[in-house]
Ligand binder design. Structure first.
Ligand SMILES: Cc1cc2nc3c(=O)[nH]c(=O)nc-3n(C[C@H](O)[C@H](O)[C@H](O)COP(=O)(O)O)c2cc1C
Length: 322
């Protein structure tokens, strides 16, 4: 039977199923439901340099095919993460990735400096950094993922401070995600997380008011998967760095599809809200699906779509016109 051992750039993981930032508690809340060692890597909620309160409620509304959220990155700040959260998580996860965002460009370097110091003191506390360049739910827009120059600079500022594995999490709300990903590569990223939520809005048609307290938010869930698969495929076609696929993954079949598009691992977010055990169920079923296609591990499924397209003479890469 296939193993779930996963190579994700410089990381070796027990399986390719990661929790998605912001959907798996801020600290150890999910331990009430599922073992914290079950995800190949736990990804923490985004932290910023300073504490943030987040957006006014309602922060989540259900829409067909998924949910809209406008949480607004409430968090206690990076000093709290280092002093409290990392201590609480210590030794409890198979691997841990912290997720950070700067509200202003220089903050990326400051946050990374603090994390680098913490990592030097306790190298086992966390194994990687995910840069949230892309949260659509905050007033400033945190729009670093919209400009190649800004995205490259964010990554560079972090890279200057640390050699830790660094994944740039990108937004689908851009004209050309490959250009942004390439800029992150130039800045020193080890890989990408694709994708964060897509911009969305839901209105009460009687009052004309938005259903989310913040007006608009980010769409996630099963209906996001087609866009996520497309963007993972597009980046994998052009760039050789490892990709963590995220967006609408609910089943082991979805995981296989994301890997086929070019991902080396996946994150599971909204599915956890419907079923806190979703990730466990995917891990249980995945080896049989790998066996079905003759893959000995997830890495052998990675990029199947690109190999098939080459065999077929490139037809799967043709025009998007209907
Ligand atoms: C309620 C909620 C909170 C989220 N918070 C964060 C966050 O703090 N940082 C981040 O990088 N992504 C955040 N995300 C985005 C997810 O990590 C993920 O990229 C996205 O939801 C797509 O995956 P999914 O369809 O499996 O949920 C959040 C998503 C949701 C639904």
């Amino acid at each position: 039977m296939a193993t779930l051992d996963t190579v994700l750039g410089p990381l070796r993981l027990a399986n390719p199923l990661l929790s998605a930032s912001g959907t798996f508690g801020h600290e150890d809340e999910m331990a009430a439901w599922i073992g914290l060692r079950e995800p190949g890597m736990v990804v923490l909620k985004t932290v910023t340099l300073h504490p943030r309160k987040g957006n006014p409620p309602p922060r989540i509304v259900e829409v067909p095919g998924g949910i809209l959220n406008s949480i607004g990155l409430p968090n206690e700040g990076v000093d709290h993460l280092i002093a409290v959260t990392l201590a609480r998580m210590r030794g409890r996860c198979a691997a841990l990735m912290v997720n950070v965002a700067g509200e202003r460009l220089p903050e990326f370097g400051v946050i990374a400096g603090k994390l680098a110091r913490a990592h030097r003191e306790r190298p086992d506390d966390f194994q990687a950094i995910e840069l949230n360049l892309s949260c659509p739910n905050v007033e400033s827009g945190f729009s670093f993922a919209k400009s190649p120059e800004l995205a490259r600079e964010c990554v560079r500022l972090v890279r200057e401070q640390t050699d830790l594995p660094l994944f740039a999490k990108l937004s689908p709300n851009v004209a050309d995600i490959v250009e942004i990903a390439d800029a992150c590569r130039a800045g020193g990223a080890d890989g990408f997380t694709l994708i964060n939520t897509a911009l969305g809005m839901a209105l009460d048609w009687k009052t004309g008011r938005p259903k989310l307290g913040a007006g608009h938010g980010g769409f996630s869930g099963p209906a996001l998967k087609a866009q996520a698969v497309y963007l993972v495929h597009a980046v994998a076609k052009k760039l050789a760095l490892p990709i963590i696929g995220a967006g609408g993954v609910e089943t082991a079949e979805d995981v296989m599809e994301m890997l086929a598009a070019g991902a080396h691992a996946v994150q599971v977010g909204t599915a956890t809200f419907r079923d806190p055990l979703a990730l466990r169920k995917m891990a249980e079923r995945l080896p049989a699906l790998l066996d079905e296609v003759g893959a000995r591990d997830p890495g052998e499924q990675t990029g199947r779509a690109h190999r098939a397209a080459r065999r077929d003479g490139g037809t799967a890469q043709g025009s998007a016109a209907p």
